[in-house]
Design a binder for this molecule. Structure first.
Ligand code: ZN
Length: 303
């Protein structure tokens, strides 16, 4: 008992008085920062810590300059006409909050040393304009904004997505105006596919009436599918099917998003888009075999 006490006292004495810790230094100005709590971070899982807001700005200046310059050269190469300065949009805190916390589209890029960049876009329907940002995340929240852009040109937004091309192919969501004739074709395919599904569906599977409760799974399925298949249907249309497994409470199910590839022209030229025509959850492995058909484009290794 006595021996045990002495050991405790020794370790406390070393910790408080004798053991000198190697201090923290600001990543930018190299000034000593008295404690970890005083260090400012803008990225999770990253050791870059700063002494002040101004050091953060200083450090990231080259990145911000790069992005500004990228915008200028993109506008030139795309031959885009001069735009408004959109000062009212840039200075609207509510709009910025929507881009940060409720974007229509969010792309992520991680470079070879683990730095993560996020590109978020909100389409302002009533203004027919895109508001996008490039930012970092700290503890699940956007923390530092490298760059903001407001533009009416979807080509410019696409130009920025090239920097985030790793995930671009599968997770690009946009609001687009679809011409009437294309829409008619889409609606026809929708009803055909829904009729087929209802024919194939087992009575023990998730009720059709409950499908809407699973709508939140559409986006994650498209963004990060376990499997993607593509085939041409009888009318030579390209159909892509995205499938992903989920667990909701104790229910294991998979979610299917079937999309029709459409090509059409609008005032800005020819466009290609994938439009969801059938979305549903299922627990039935037999039903799965009807939808996991065609050329496999992506198969993640599953545990
Ligand atoms: Zn500093």
């Amino acid at each position: 008992m006595g021996k045990y006490l002495i050991i405790l006292m020794c370790s406390a004495r070393i910790g408080e008085n004798d053991l000198k810790k190697i201090p923290y230094f600001c990543t930018n100005c190299a000034k000593e920062v008295p404690s970890l709590e005083k260090l400012l971070f803008v990225e999770s899982n990253n050791t870059k810590g700063f002494c002040s807001e101004s050091c953060i700005m200083d450090f990231y200046k080259p990145y911000m300059n790069f992005l500004s310059h990228y915008e200028i050269t993109k506008r030139e190469s795309l031959d885009l006409a001069q735009e408004d300065s959109y000062i009212d949009i840039y200075s609207d805190g509510t709009l910025l909050d929507e881009v940060l916390n409720g974007p229509d589209e969010k792309l992520e890029f991680e470079n070879d040393i683990g730095d993560k960049y996020f590109f978020q876009v909100k389409y302002l329907v009533n203004r027919n304009i895109y508001f996008a940002i490039i930012c970092t995340y700290y503890n699940e929240d956007p923390s530092f904004i490298y760059f903001k852009i407001v533009t009416k040109y979807s080509e410019l937004i696409d130009g920025f997505k090239e920097l985030f091309s790793k995930t671009e192919d599968r997770s690009s969501f946009q609001h687009i105006d679809i011409p009437e004739d294309v829409l008619a074709q889409v609606n026809l395919k929708k009803s055909e596919q829904l009729a087929l599904l209802l024919e194939r569906k087992a009575t023990s599977d998730i009720d059709f009436e409950k499908f809407a409760l699973y709508d939140d799974y559409i986006k994650p399925t498209l963004e990060d599918a376990d499997e993607v298949y593509e085939y041409e249907d009888d009318s030579m249309d390209t159909i892509a099917t995205y499938i992903k497994s989920f667990k909701k409470q104790d229910l294991n199910f998979y979610y299917v998003v079937m999309c029709l590839q459409i090509d059409f022209n609008d005032q800005k030229g020819s466009k290609r888009a994938m439009l969801p025509i059938l979305t549903f959850p299922s627990i039935d492995n037999e039903l799965y075999t009807f939808y996991a058909v065609g050329k496999s484009l992506n198969t993640k290794i599953k545990n």
